[in-house]
Structures are given as structure tokens and as C-alpha cells.
Design a protein around this ligand. Sequence first.
Ligand SMILES: Nc1ncnc2c1ncn2[C@@H]1O[C@H](COP(=O)(O)OP(=O)(O)OP(=O)(O)O)[C@@H](O)[C@H]1O
Ligand SMILES: [Mg+2]
Length: 298
Amino acid sequence: MSVNRTIAVAQGKGGVGKTSLVCNVAGLAAAAGSRVLIVDLDQQGNVARDLGYKPDSGEELLTSLITGAPLPLLVGVRDRLDVVAGGPALGDLAAVMTGRAQRGAGDLGDVLERKLSDVASDYDLIVLDTPPGDRIVVTAALAASRAVVIPTRSDEASLDGVTRIAERFMEVRARNPHLRLAGVVLFAISSRTTRLERDVRRSLEGVLGDAAPVFDTRIRHLDSAAADARRRGLLVHELEQAAIGDRVARIDALRQGSTPTGGLYARDSSGLAGDYANLAQEILTRVVQLEQEMATVS
Ligand SMILES: Nc1ncnc2c1ncn2[C@@H]1O[C@H](COP(=O)(O)OP(=O)(O)OP(=O)(O)O)[C@@H](O)[C@H]1O
Ligand SMILES: [Mg+2]
């Protein structure tokens, strides 16, 4: 009934920062010394873009979920960071699993939980990236998780997406009472908007009937650095490091009278890297806290 230290990042709406959060938070946790697994449950397979590995068909993950085969691990995508790659083949997952569940063979949530349990002892943290709006896959991810992180942008459609995922969260709690709402992340935010935070809380409270946790750290809106990071297959903190290295190399080239060559990195990644560092700390602290609460309850 859900796998320890497993968090799902989910939202009812697309393009709200799920994959960016999954990759950057998992990457920072791994860089800080944790053993981390990302599972990309999305047929878009965008985790490959943010981490820079070759896009995958998703066939191996699909096969693993519908047969007894172990999860296909891409080991060492970064130090201490492994990935199970998603891809287009996962588009067939919902249909295949519905057929299986109808035959009484267990639903996708049961299967995913079993697969994750098989590898859980190798990791300190497992992070699930979910597709936008695929009910069966999102429900399965929540069924296998201990906590959910919900990112949202500030527009009305994103807030509707928060409501939808909060409703899904309540449904899944009936079968997975271990599931907790880790919190909501305000994503790609232009400035400190108290109105947005109030609206998010109201959306959540409408569904959850409780004070809703919103993380203090907001991820700032920064198209240039976000696009540059994804284009290069680098996490934001890696982009920041690469940009610093590039700057030093250019100055060095100029000093020696030669023409600087190099990558022309987005110049302003450090603020965004700082946001992710603060957010990762908040999320990981919350995950440990939830785990401790659970240990005292049981
Ligand atoms: N800090 C940022 N500011 C502005 N745009 C950003 C920022 N970070 C990421 N983006 C952009 O926002 C878009 C959506 O991000 P992302 O892919 O993480 O969302 P998602 O919720 O996973 O989307 P999907 O639902 O399609 O899986 C991407 O084009 C990404 O480059
Ligand atoms: Mg995504």
C-alpha cells in the first residue's frame, strides 16, 4: 500500500512545471548525496530533455508494467541518480491495464507499487513524473506514493487543474491512506503574488476542507534559463555552473588575445538555481517530516 519515500508530482493541467520540478528536485537531492530514482510515467518522455539522455520509446517500461520483467533502469544518469524512462509506448498503458483490471489481474496502481517496492531499498527517494490528465496513470502514481507535490502556474486554468488533482487525491486516499499532500508549488511566478496564494489555498480548501500547505519557495518565471537548460539537457544548477565556467573561459581567451568560443549560456540562471535549491530543501524536509508523523501514528 504505497512505497516509502515515494513522491508523485502531479497536476490536472499540462505545462505547469511537473517535469521541471521532478528533475531539478531529484537532481539536487542526488547531488547532495541521496540515492534517487526518477520514474517517468509520461508518454511525452520529457524527463529525457531535462536530463539530456537519449529519448526513449517507453516500450521497456510498458513491458515491465504488463509482464513480470523488472523495471528498466537507466543507471547513473547523474551520480546517484537513476531513471526509468517514459516514452510514446506508454500511450497504450491505460487501455492495456483496463483490460487486465477487468480480468481481476490488479490495476496499474497495484502493479506500480509492486515494481517500486522491488527496487525501493536501493534508493532514499523515488520521484514519479506524471502525465497531464491521464486518469489511470495519475491515479496509479498516487496509489503508489506517500506524498504528492502539486505545481501550479497563476492562471485560472492551472488553478482548475489544482482542484482536479486535489479531488483525485481525495479519491485515492480511500485506497492509500498513507498518501499525504506534501504541498503546492507556485511555479513560473513573476512576482510575489499574495492573491495567487490566497486563490490556491481557497481551491484546495474547497476540496480538502483543511488548511492547504503551500511551499514558501516559489519558482520564478525565467523563460531564458528554463529553455536553455532544457535545450542543453542540463539541470538548472548545472546550467549555472556551466555558465560560470564558460564566463571564466571567455575572459581567459580574451586575456590571451584569442577569440572566445563557447556556449553563450543564459546569463541569469543563478536566481532560478537558488529557487530550486530552496524548494528541494523544503520538499525533502517535508517528506522526512511526513514519514516521521506516519511512524508515530502507526
Ligand atoms: N522557471 C520557468 N519560467 C518559465 N518557464 C519555465 C520555467 N521552467 C520551465 N519552464 C517552461 O515551462 C514549460 C512546461 O514545463 P514542464 O515541462 O516542466 O511542465 P509539465 O507540467 O511537466 O508539462 P506537461 O504537462 O506537458 O508534462 C516548458 O516549456 C519549460 O521550459
Ligand atoms: Mg511533464
